[in-house]
Design a protein around this ligand. Structure first.
Ligand SMILES: Cc1ncc(COP(=O)(O)O)c(C=O)c1O
Length: 397
């Protein structure tokens, strides 16, 4: 077996399952699941209809670059959303089966394990676990930039040595961040680009929460958009986007990678051998989804309402500021995050994720410890009920 497999930790939800072992839910108290970042609003009917219309696609093998119509629909969306009017759908966009798959496979394509030293991937901490698994299985090692609220989630670049920076081949950022909701601004991007220019590493910007935000007039800044605003091209830069959260189709597995044409050319070659072309049926539904914005506005409205009504209840008992974007509350816990999650589940049947499961010990701390991630993905009524149980839980604690 590949010895790098041994480096993979249990996934956070497996750790959660172990943490919850032996708990018997209270009879008569409904279970409310807010631990997973799984969007649970209804999939729009027009996307389901496009899927049915697209069923004829089952009789053909899909091409790895996807249909030109899909790449064009994505390019049109990027123009509207980010003002990227010059993006080339044939060289600068690649459809992928969701950003999770792409984060993993992109890392395999970028990392050169035969470079004569141990290459590094740099990740925020806490982080989406695929960054780490992708790094290890590509033969790289990982270094973390802790993101803590006390420092407004700013990266401390000096926490890596000069020798380490020289070995970095890929740096992953997540904006809006999971779990913090932090959005990188133009100055943050300037600093990242300066480092990338100095050390020659590739930046992968994970933007799967980009369409969940509060102010319709102020959508989160994207990585490619930042490059354009700073007068740069997309050299050594890609963004990853997804329909999962934007269009409530996590089961469809549809997203894209866009940016540096030279990198995407090699990544396409990797994908051809990997054999991960998107089903023509999902391509048809994805085209319909990228072309429509009304359902995305309506989706945001649902989250906005949940934050407006449920967050104040949680905030009356927990330090849990509104995020800049995304659908998580990242709440400080008065007891250890694991005890908090276990007791909340045992006593109130409300499930949240301990922050320490999303982070690693780095630079002497686990920056997720003492926090829980509460995903406002359930219905408004369930979120309100969960918030009320969290109030009861903390009042008695
Ligand atoms: C930060 C982050 N990136 C990527 C993903 C993967 O999303 P998908 O594969 O559905 O596009 C998730 C899913 O929850 C996530 O939280």
């Amino acid at each position: 077996m590949n010895s790098n497999l041994g480096k993979l930790q249990a996934y956070p939800f497996e750790k959660l399952r172990q943490l919850m072992a032996g708990i018997t839910p209270k009879p008569g108290v409904s279970e409310i699941k807010l631990h997973m970042g799984e969007p649970r609003h209804a999939t729009p009917e027009f996307i389901k209809e496009a899927l049915v219309v697209g069923l004829g696609g089952l009789s053909t093998y899909p091409a790895t670059p996807g249909q030109p119509a899909l790449r064009q629909a994505i390019a049109d969306w990027m123009k509207k959303r980010y003002g990227l009017d010059g993006i080339n759908p044939d060289t600068e966009i690649l459809p992928v089966n969701g950003s999770r798959e792409a984060l993993f496979s992109f890392t395999q394509a970028i990392i050169d394990p035969n470079c004569g030293y141990v290459p590094l991937v740099v990740s925020p901490n806490p982080f989406y676990q695929i960054y780490e698994g992708g790094a290890y299985l590509a033969g790289a090692d990982i270094r973390f930039l802790n993101s803590v609220r006390e420092n407004d989630y700013a990266f401390d670049y000096a926490s890596l040595s000069e020798e380490e920076w020289r070995r970095v081949q890929l740096l992953v950022v997540c904006s809006p961040g999971n779990p913090s909701g932090k959005v990188l601004n133009l100055d943050d991007w300037k600093a990242l680009f300066t480092l990338s220019d100095k050390y020659g590493f590739v930046i992968a910007s994970d933007e799967c929460y980009s369409e969940i935000y509060f102010d319709e007039a102020q959508p989160p800044l994207g990585g490619l958009q930042a490059a354009k605003q700073l007068g740069r091209n997309f050299e050594r830069l890609v963004m990853l986007s997804s329909l999962s959260k934007r269009s409530n189709v996590p089961g469809m597995r549809s997203g894209f990678v866009a940016g540096d044409a030279a990198i995407l050319k090699d990544y396409l070659r990797y994908r051809t051998y990997h054999g991960c072309a998107m089903s023509p049926v999902f391509q048809a539904a994805s085209i319909a989804a990228w072309k429509d914005e009304a359902h995305v506005v309506a989706n945001r409205e649902q989250y906005r309402r949940k934050f407006a009504e449920a967050a104040p209840l949680v905030q009356s008992v927990l330090d849990a500021p509104l995020p800049e974007a995304g659908f998580y509350l990242w709440a400080k816990t008065p007891i250890s995050d694991t005890d908090f999650a276990r007791r909340l589940a045992a006593e109130h049947n409300v499930h949240v994720l301990p922050g320490s499961f999303l982070a690693r010990q780095a630079h002497d701390i686990n920056p997720g410890a003492g926090y829980v991630r509460i995903a406002l993905v359930a219905t408004l009524a369930e979120c309100l009920e969960a918030a009320s149980r969290i109030q009861q839980f903390l009042t008695r604690l």
